[in-house]
Design a protein around this ligand. Structure first.
Ligand code: 5GP
Length: 292
């Protein structure tokens, strides 16, 4: 390997200053891509004369496009046989053409994609009732989660949940089949990734009714998701709802109350907080969110 050139202190500080300018330039361009002010096609044109842009990683560029994100960017690159470390200036003519083609369809798909709403909040606040009512409006599809907990009386496989073993859940995690997953009160819960992608691509608004940690994971993977926190009208109201549940053992109820207290403190992490004073009102707000 060739020995790196020996730099004088002046040359080194000049090189550092140049690198810092290039980084700022790339950050600016990425924010422009995100805001839709510059297209991928324009980036390729700029890269012919702008060294900072030419040295931008293709993955960084793709991730900046609204609706793409890290996982999707890598999937697109893998599909087009572009190495994950490739820089813009290292792309061949055919790769540029395929990327432009791919992005034309991403953009079109994005415009017609459904909205993804994540409904979360403390256990017992009434999320599942809201989800059931929302499904009836026909404005939303509701994602069906997988869980390792046992079905409750009246719960139906494939309607309320996919009830699976711990072993199957683990193998699905390994196969990266969940958009998010979390452990809640000793059981695992996860959102099947495939169903979400398909529903949104088909233009359906989709509701995920999940706990808080999972909601944060969704936002990290899909920043376009709108996180809604459902709050009880009061703490007393939540306690009486949880205590009125005939399905949980006393130990489980105590556990859930302690957890609910912690969960209530997470409201600030959400895009929107809705107080569940009336299910009809919550449903109406969520429907108007879908058409906003
Ligand atoms: P339950 O056992 O009462 O049906 O649900 C317990 C908690 O798990 C609720 O807060 C519910 O919203 C949440 N949950 C249901 N499905 C999922 C899921 O797929 N992912 C995550 N993270 N939480 C879920």
């Amino acid at each position: 390997m060739a020995t790196p050139p020996q730099l004088t202190p002046e040359e080194r500080s000049a090189a550092l200053a140049k690198a810092s300018i290039a980084r700022k330039r790339r950050a600016f361009i990425k924010s422009q891509i995100k805001d839709g002010q510059i297209s991928i096609k324009e980036i390729f044109n700029l890269a012919k004369e702008d060294e900072a842009i030419a040295k931008m990683r293709v993955a960084e560029m793709l991730e900046s496009v609204t609706g793409v994100g890290k996982i999707r960017a890598l999937a697109i690159m893998e599909k087009l046989a572009i190495s994950p470390t490739r820089r813009v200036k290292g792309l061949g003519k055919n790769q540029i053409e395929s990327l432009l083609l791919e992005f034309h369809s991403v953009k079109e798909n994005f415009a017609t994609r459904g909205k993804l709403i994540v409904l979360s909040g403390p256990g017992g606040v009434g999320k599942s009732t809201v989800a059931t009512e929302l499904r009836k409006t026909g404005d939303y599809w509701v994602s069906i989660s997988a869980t390792t907990r046992a079905p409750r009386v009246n719960e139906v496989e494939g309607v309320d949940y996919y009830f699976i073993s711990d072993q199957e859940f683990e193998s699905r995690i390994t196969a990266d089949e969940f958009l998010e997953w979390a452990i809640f009160a000793g059981a695992k819960y996860g959102t099947p990734r495939d169903g979400v992608e398909k529903a949104l691509l088909a233009g359906h608004n989709l509701l995920l009714e999940i706990e808080i940690e999972g909601a944060q994971q969704v936002k990290r993977h899909m920043p376009e998701a709108i996180l809604v926190f459902l709050e009880p009208p009061s703490w007393e109201d939540l306690v009486s709802r949880l205590e009125g549940r005939g399905t949980d053992s006393p130990e489980r109820r105590t556990e859930r109350l302690a957890l609910a207290q912690k969960e209530l403190a997470s409201a600030s992490l959400f895009d929107l907080v809705i107080v569940n004073s009336s299910v009809e009102q919550v449903v109406a707000q969520l429907v108007s969110l879908a058409s906003a």
